[in-house]
Every structure is written in C-alpha cells, then in structure tokens.
Design a protein. Structure first.
Length: 184
C-alpha cells in the first residue's frame, strides 16, 4: 500500500493506493491552518495502521508555506520510520493533470501551469483554467486521491531527499539575532 498526503491548500487530504496506483480509500477536509491535526483525524478511516505501507507520496507545493512543510515532513517521518521510499508531486498536478491550473500566490499574483510546461506568474485567472483562490467561484483543490492520475510520473527517493518545491521565496522575516544569544 502507498499513502499519499496533500496539505498545500486549505483542504488537507489523504489517499491509500494499491502498488499499481488504484485508489483504495480517500478522505479530505477543509482545514486551513490545521492540516496536521486533520490528517491524524482522517487516518483511521483511510489507513488505520502504517503496517504494510510500502511508500509515501507528499504534495510538494506550491502552496501554503507551512502546509507544504507539514505534509512533506509527515511523509519523510513516516518513510524513515517504515524504512521505505517517498515521492513528491507538485500541487498543480493534484488539481488537474490534463487542464490548465491556476494557484494563488500570497502576493496577489497567480501561478499558471499548462500541462507539460513550467509554472508562470500571471495577474489574472485565465479562462478555462481550474484551481482555487480568493477570486475563484468554483474552486478545485489539490487532493491526494489524484495521485493515481500521475502514478507513472512518480520518482521514488530516500525520505531525507524529499523537499518542498517553492516557486518564490517564503515571505518570512529573519531573526535579528540568534535565539538565546545576548543582545549586541
């Protein structure tokens, strides 16, 4: 069994797959700022035990800075715990593998991705695209259960190698001094 995780958007999701990519169970929940807790609450219905899980897939972003880190770290931790490989998949592939996808950027821009191409910054939501964000009337969120659509593209690796894929630098401030260091 393979367990997939998506936490890059306001919707957290889990899906359990057979080794050939067939979705056996899935759950998702609107959980802004509480993806880790939502995943743990959904686990019993999707994957009651990690026994027998042979790999983990994580949504690597773009998306919520903390949300992406939560999902990637859970996949890495469980991968190390079980001694199995992990794979990452971009969040736009979990929105749609066949259509143009648009994801919000905190800076008032959008990431636009056409199938088979690299993401671009745009300032408007293109016609015919799917995705989510403040101006989207019918949002389509990245869901772990869509990993089956890109199963043949997954690249398995050691858990310690898996990292989030940010398209822009996180908008966080750096500390003025090291934690615990005396003021200068």
């Amino acid at each position: 069994m393979i367990l997939a995780i998506s936490t890059s958007s306001p919707v957290a999701s889990l899906a359990l797959f057979s080794p050939d990519g067939q979705c056996l169970a899935a759950a998702h929940r609107h959980a802004p700022r509480s993806a880790g807790a939502a995943l743990m609450e959904m686990m019993p219905s999707v994957c009651p035990t990690l026994e027998g899980v042979e790999g983990f897939i994580a949504d690597t972003g773009p998306g919520s800075f903390t949300g992406v880190r939560v999902g990637v770290m859970m996949a890495k931790t469980w991968g190390v715990l079980r001694g199995v490989q992990v794979a990452g998949v971009p969040s736009y592939r979990l929105v749609s593998a066949q259509r143009a996808v648009v994801l919000p950027n905190k800076r008032g821009e959008w990431f636009s991705v056409l199938p088979g191409q690299q993401p671009l910054f745009v300032t408007e939501f293109p016609d015919g695209a799917v995705g989510y964000g403040p101006e989207v009337a019918e949002p389509t969120y990245p869901l772990a259960e869509r990993c089956g659509e890109v199963w043949s593209e997954l690249e398995w690796t050691d858990p310690m190698v898996l990292v989030p894929k940010y398209l822009v630098a996180p908008s966080i401030s750096l500390p003025k001094s090291a934690f615990g260091a005396p003021p200068a």
